[in-house]
Design a protein around this ligand. Structure first.
Ligand code: GDG
Length: 484
């Protein structure tokens, strides 16, 4: 069997101690690689004054991990710059927060080139390469320039935005062209696939071939939806673990007369935290009886805090929570408990289990794994209710959740009323259907579906190496068409 080389910006190998770092991509890849012999390659998280290309190799929990340090300037332009100040906001429909600095794009291309050069010596002829997320879109193009003809797949963890948003990027064409150097492109939802195709057909005159491939720029690729899942079995198991039970007991003891609602998110403007709080404020305003009875536990570990938009969000949240607690708290009651720290995964499972409802209210989200984790952590004979934004990719699958528009405080408030008064039979019926979905479409199914499609596409084209010209965008370089 060919090896799998996974490439992602950050490499977070599983520790086996439930202490994996925060973030959906890390959660998913750690679980996906656990049973796969292969290499996980990416940035070490460290910066140096000058890029050396020195590979650090380690074995962690059965996975070979290969990391490289980045130069400080690279880190600023590629990571804090193009990835997190340009692509992340734009792909989450926040044109107002999108920075279009040219130097960021140059840093982004430079780092992708450096990653490709560093990875090259590790690649064997039969390896499949699976590149992850918006940080690394040009990676396949750079590998092809170095002569790599292996199968290379790409998975985008965040949404692909509408055509009109993509074209606000000054370098949108080379960015999309770079995607055509992959053999397979995976998106979270059909909606993202369609948005991508919309760009390809309407902006660059691309076409769909009879066998379903996309052609443009003289290249061809295959695109599809591969909704990511969680390790549902593991969550269902750790929810009963010692640590989870300890957290559960602690929370239940404190909230005997109170119903707890939970929110767990990286502190990010895409997650709709402000909208959630305003919806909860509306709920408290409209339901006098609920005051003192209902509390929101919001876990929000700080994320990307070198980026101004994240600092601003944090300050606004501090103000908003102060206002709501000031208005509705009593000597022995705080409506919102807000925690800017992260917890172990097994502790999170205990928190989910102790909560009568979860509020998952992103304004845009590729998938949202928290929604699935909440479902997987419930007790079958007394499950809580998931309230889920229609703008999360997960809403396409988790249809038995209470689906809301997070921009509407009234909808959030009404959903809370409904969730907290829902009878057991209705809760069970919904949860069983949700759990069935979360279990069937788990992270293993996601990995296997993607890898199978990458390995044996129904109809395939053979990618060829690109000429090694450093900065040129090459002309037609890929032979499209069937294998035979
Ligand atoms: C991206 C896409 C897509 C959170 N707090 C703690 C903690 N977390 C974990 C959660 C969950 C993960 O972080 C967050 O995953 P999400 O999917 O909700 O969101 P992103 O980080 O934005 O992930 C997203 C995902 O990639 C996968 O493709 O679903 O749309 O944006 O697993 O549990 N984990 C721990 N302590 C915390 O305090 N241990």
């Amino acid at each position: 069997m060919s090896r799998l080389i996974v490439v992602s910006n950050r490499v977070n190998p599983p520790t086996g101690k439930g202490e994996e770092s925060v973030g959906g991509l890390a959660m998913a890849l750690a679980a996906a690689l656990r049973e796969y012999s292969g290499i996980w390659f990416g940035w070490s998280g460290k910066t140096t004054t000058e890029f050396t290309g020195q590979l650090n190799m380690q074995k962690a929990d059965g996975v070979t991990v290969a990391t490289v340090d980045l130069e400080e300037g690279d880190y600023q332009e590629y990571y804090n710059g193009y990835a997190n100040k340009t692509l992340w906001p734009l792909f989450h429909y926040r044109v107002d927060l999108t920075a279009y600095d040219r130097s960021f794009g140059e840093g982004y291309d430079r780092v992708n080139k450096r990653f490709a050069e560093t990875l090259l010596p590790l690649i064997e002829p039969d390896d499949m390469i699976w590149v992850h997320d918006y940080h690394l879109i040009p990676m396949a193009r750079e590998l092809r320039r170095l002569g790599v003809t292996n199968r290379i797949g790409f998975f985008l963890h965040i949404p692909w935005p509408a055509h009109q948003l993509v074209v606000t990027l000054p370098r949108h064409r080379p960015l999309v062209e770079a995607m055509f150097h992959y053999d397979l492109i995976g998106f979270q939802t059909e909606e993202s696939v369609q948005a991508f195709e919309g760009y390809v057909f309407n902006e660059v005159g691309g076409e769909r071939t009879e066998d379903g491939r996309l052609t443009a720029f003289g290249l061809s690729t295959q695109a599809g939806a591969f909704p990511i899942g969680i390790d549902a079995e593991d969550f269902a198991r750790i929810k009963d673990s010692f640590r989870a039970s300890r957290v559960y007991d602690r929370l239940m003891a404190h909230s005997v007369f109170r119903k707890m609602i939970v929110g767990v998110d990286r502190l990010d403007y895409s997650k709709g935290l402000e909208e959630r709080l305003i919806g909860f404020e509306r709920f408290l305003h409209d339901n006098e009886d609920a005051r003192r009875e209902v509390m929101l536990l919001q876990i929000a570990p700080v994320s990307r805090d070198e980026v101004e938009a994240y600092q601003d969000l944090r300050a606004r949240l501090d103000g908003l929570i102060g206002r709501i607690n000031g208005e509705y708290a009593d000597m022995d009651y705080n409506p919102i408990r807000y925690l800017n720290r992260s917890y172990r995964r097994d502790e999170l499972a205990g928190v989910y289990r102790a909560s009568k409802a979860a509020l998952v209210t992103p304004l845009r989200d590729g998938m949202n794994l928290v929604a699935k984790e909440y479902v997987a952590s419930q007790t079958p004979d007394d499950p809580g209710v998931l309230i889920l934004s229609r703008f999360a990719g997960a809403a396409r699958q988790l249809k038995e959740a209470l689906i809301i528009n997070p921009n509407s405080p009234e909808e959030i408030s009404d959903a809370l009323t409904r969730a907290l008064s829902m009878d057991l039979a209705d809760r069970k019926r919904r949860w069983e259907a949700l759990m069935d979905n979360v279990t069937r479409h788990d992270v293993t199914a996601w990995r296997d579906d993607f890898v199978a499609a990458l390995r044996e596409p129904a109809h395939t084209s053979t990618k060829e190496a690109l000429p090694k010209a450093a900065n040129a965008t090459p002309a037609l370089t890929v032979r499209a068409g069937g294998r035979g």
